[in-house]
Design a protein around this ligand. Structure first.
Ligand code: PHE
Length: 431
């Protein structure tokens, strides 16, 4: 349960939520996001978790266990590939958090005030080597944690440090409200422009964000589900994780958007948004540098626990399939993930101008991963649990009585999730 919180809470709540909400008009996006989380996020999260719990093994083996047909193991491979793709660029952004932690520690971010924080960020990401070094450090620390084993390290981090990150974000939000011009930021986040509801890409963006932030469709929940002891009630735990993750993102939005408007920044600034906005806040806030050090240290750790959950997925598959040791599997995937992420790390520098679907490399891969790859993973989970797996077995695994909750869960998995995901994928193709 603690490890699952660590997997869900991460860059998605702060970095990705703010940039995607900013690009998609704010409040209308938030509204669709919350509805999407409830209607497809919750059932899929439970579905993914339950496959792992029943399978008691890695993604490939678990799919094959709950279905009568071994070919379903392919779905597990797909989830492992999704985790790999996600981790490749996730490590890059986590590297930005590590860099800012170091930058505040030695003071060079605070000193950048005069040149502007955007130029500090831009010259950092434009460097041909530095972003890659931080990315490497993230991958190395992730591999190290996975080698030691998920349980011990991660649980302690989550029990003590994640609540602390929550406290800091609440403080930042409270401070953000006192900034001149905060009300424009609040209106952006909470007063919907209803016309945006007629705009399909806002729905796709919201759905993609739900997958990313809850961590659905990459096998992380499945793999962690396989480590849960029987007899622990999953449904209430899952609801707590989902509600907490969503609240966390909204509070982070309150920490960021008032500042975006107060400092005259552009909400549709893209993936850099949080990294150019928050330094403005730390700059004017009393004790800002100390708060920034704590904030980026904890954000780095939050990212690390999510990265660990991602690396665990393909590593668990290799361990099982090839009987490799934990260390060998983690190291092997780690090297490959690092190599795969280098283009993302250089996307704002040496490779600036290279585009994927008209977006920069990092944003392009992020879009493909969240709006295509994770939803396909979600679709496989929905079909597996809703249509293929025996109903009795599924409900028993979830400790669910065959009442209205169970019926609602299976209904959403059988019909609503596949339908919405299908519409989303078709919509993206025709976009
Ligand atoms: N949920 C994590 C975050 O918000 C990212 C993640 C995605 C983790 C998929 C695991 C699986 O940062």
């Amino acid at each position: 349960m603690l490890a699952t919180i660590g997997s869900a809470a991460g860059l998605g709540n702060i970095w990705r939520f703010s940039y995607v909400a900013g690009e998609n008009g704010g409040a209308a996006f938030l509204l669709i996001y919350v509805v999407g989380v409830a209607l497809i996020g919750v059932p899929l999260l439970l579905g993914e978790f339950s496959i792992g719990r029943r399978g008691q093994a890695d993604a490939v083996t678990s799919f094959a266990t709950v279905t009568p047909n071994r070919r379903w193991g392919l779905a597990g491979w797909l989830l492992a590939v999704a985790a790999f793709v996600l981790l490749s660029y996730y490590a890059v952004i986590a590297g930005w958090a590590y860099k800012y932690f170091a930058g505040y520690l030695i003071g060079d971010v605070s000193n950048a005030a005069r040149g502007g924080f955007a130029s500090y960020f831009n010259s950092f990401v434009a460097d041909p080597i530095e972003p890659v070094l931080w990315q490497l450090l993230v991958v190395a620390s992730t591999v190290a944690v996975v080698m030691v084993g998920v349980r011990h390290g991660i649980e302690r981090v989550n029990k003590i440090l994640m609540p602390l990150l929550g406290v800091i974000v609440v403080m930042l939000a409270a401070y953000g409200l006192t900034l001149d011009g905060a009300s424009a930021g609040l209106a952006f986040l909470f007063r919907p422009d209803w016309s945006a509801l007629a705009h399909p890409p806002v729905y796709f963006a919201a759905a993609g964000q739900a997958f990313f932030s809850l961590g659905i469709g990459a096998g992380a929940l499945l793999t962690y589900g396989s480590y849960t002891p029987a007899g622990q009630k999953l449904a209430p735990a899952a609801l707590t994780v989902v509600a907490g993750d969503t609240l966390f993102a909204i509070i982070a939005g309150v920490a960021i958007f008032p500042a975006v408007f107060a400092f005259g920044l552009d909400p549709a600034h893209g993936p850099k948004l949080a990294f150019v906005t928050l330094p403005e806040v730390f700059n004017v806030m009393p004790g800002g540098r100390a708060v920034a050090i704590a904030f980026f240290a904890l954000l780095g750790l939050a990212a690390l626990t999510s990265a660990v959950s991602l690396l665990e997925v393909p590593s668990a598959v290799l361990m099982r399939k090839f009987r490799w040791s934990r260390s060998k599997s983690a190291l092997f995937i780690g090297v490959a993930v690092f190599a795969a992420g280098v283009p993302s790390a250089l996307g704002y520098g040496v490779l600036d101008g290279v585009t994927l679907f008209g977006l920069g490399i990092l944003e392009g891969i992020d879009r493909i991963a969240s709006n295509i790859v994770l939803p396909i993973g979600g679709m496989l989970i929905a079909i597996c649990v809703g249509w293929v797996w025996s109903r009795r077995d599924a409900l028993q695994t979830m400790d669910l009585q065959d009442g209205w909750i169970a019926r609602a869960w299976l209904f959403l998995l059988r019909y609503l999730s596949p339908l919405l995901i299908l519409l989303m994928l078709l919509g993206l193709v025709t976009e």
